[in-house]
Design a protein around this ligand. Structure first.
Ligand code: NAD
Length: 298
């Protein structure tokens, strides 16, 4: 069994971005600039946004963090986004989700200019992704692709089972892994809360992507020998032994599943770190307005 190490791969991705960013600066071009909006003070969201801003600094990007109170009305957030859309210095706009209930997430996502949609959630970005056109790819699926690529994991003709069909993880990764590309060319089965016989389906999988948000859900009896397991889950679980009072748990019963796998991502230290690296890639691409086209396979 080999660990798919998010620390190593995300650092490699960030090192490459840092070099390219320095080259931009040396050529007198503009520095990539990410603007992040955080509404309210949800603990997990605070952590994610702080990490994104810190990572921007690490690779030499400019970043702006706009904090808005929990009780703002939708019009205030709309005005903020319109201002960022019109600010030529801002390359990428990120609105940390979830938003308070008085604000429509769909409306806000739709409002971000597609050229600045570094989260890749805008219908235009999703549509282009489905068609295989160059565009922003949502950061978590993009991070998974970068991870598979780094470890040269064979994906062609493999049966991939994705557990979860969210717009930000399950659905996009299922589409990306079915593309005629590397990583891709998988036969993909998407499972969800209404799937029957999930265990039998998972046992057929060469690759499993677990993205449902139930800690330890994927157990060893659901996994074929030598499968590749990608654990997307991030759930805060109460843990009094930790200073923070909680531990981060993935969707995979890592202790028992790992010994059966050929490769597995840990939590923490796996997909979460790749998500941030992929967001930085998207921000760099936003600044350049150039997107890597995927490598077709015969
Ligand atoms: P979500 O919470 O929007 O949806 C969960 C999905 O799981 C749904 O499609 C549902 O049908 C499916 N599901 C629920 N129970 C199921 C069951 N018993 N069997 C099969 N399918 C079931 O999903 P999300 O936003 O993609 O989040 C999933 C997990 O991934 C969460 O833990 C989240 O915190 C985590 N996440 C991690 C990253 C990262 O960077 N690592 C990024 C995004 C989300």
């Amino acid at each position: 069994m080999q660990i798919l190490d998010g620390k190593i791969v995300s650092q490699a991705v960030k090192d490459a971005i840092k070099i390219k960013t320095e080259a931009l600066k040396n050529a007198g071009k503009k520095t990539p600039h990410l603007a992040a909006i955080l509404v309210g003070s949800n603990g997990a969201s605070e952590t994610y946004v702080a990490s994104k801003v810190k990572n921007c600094e690490e690779v030499g990007f400019k970043s702006s963090l706009i904090r808005l109170p929990e009780n703002i009305d939708e019009a205030t957030l709309v005005a903020e986004i319109e201002q960022l859309n019109n600010d030529a210095d801002v390359d990428g706009i990120l609105v940390q989700l979830p938003l308070p209930k008085q604000i429509s997430e769909a409306k806000i996502i739709n409002l971000i200019h597609p050229d600045k949609d570094v989260d890749g959630f805008h219908p235009m970005s999703i549509g282009k992704m489905v068609l295989g056109l160059p565009t922003f790819i949502p950061a978590t699926p993009y991070g998974i692709l970068l991870m598979l690529e780094h470890y040269k994991i064979e994906t062609k003709s493999k049966h991939t089972v994705v557990i979860g069909r969210s717009n930000i993880v399950g659905r996009p990764i299922s589409i990306l892994l079915s593309r005629n590309a590397y990583p891709g060319n998988c036969t993909v089965t998407v499972c969800h809360s209404h799937t029957h016989n999930l265990k039998e389906i998972c046992l057929q999988a060469d690759i499993i992507v677990a993205a449902l948000g139930i800690p330890g859900f994927l157990t060893a009896d659901m996994v074929k020998e030598n499968a590749v397991v990608v654990d997307v889950g991030i759930t805060r679980v109460k843990d009094d032994t930790k200073k923070s009072g909680f531990a981060i748990k993935g969707d995979v019963d890592f202790t028992n599943v790992a010994s059966k796998c050929s490769y597995i991502t840990p939590v923490p230290g796996g997909v979460g770190l790749m998500t941030i690296a992929a967001l930085l890639m998207n921000t760099f691409n936003a600044c350049e307005q150039k997107f890597p086209s995927h490598k077709m396979e015969k």
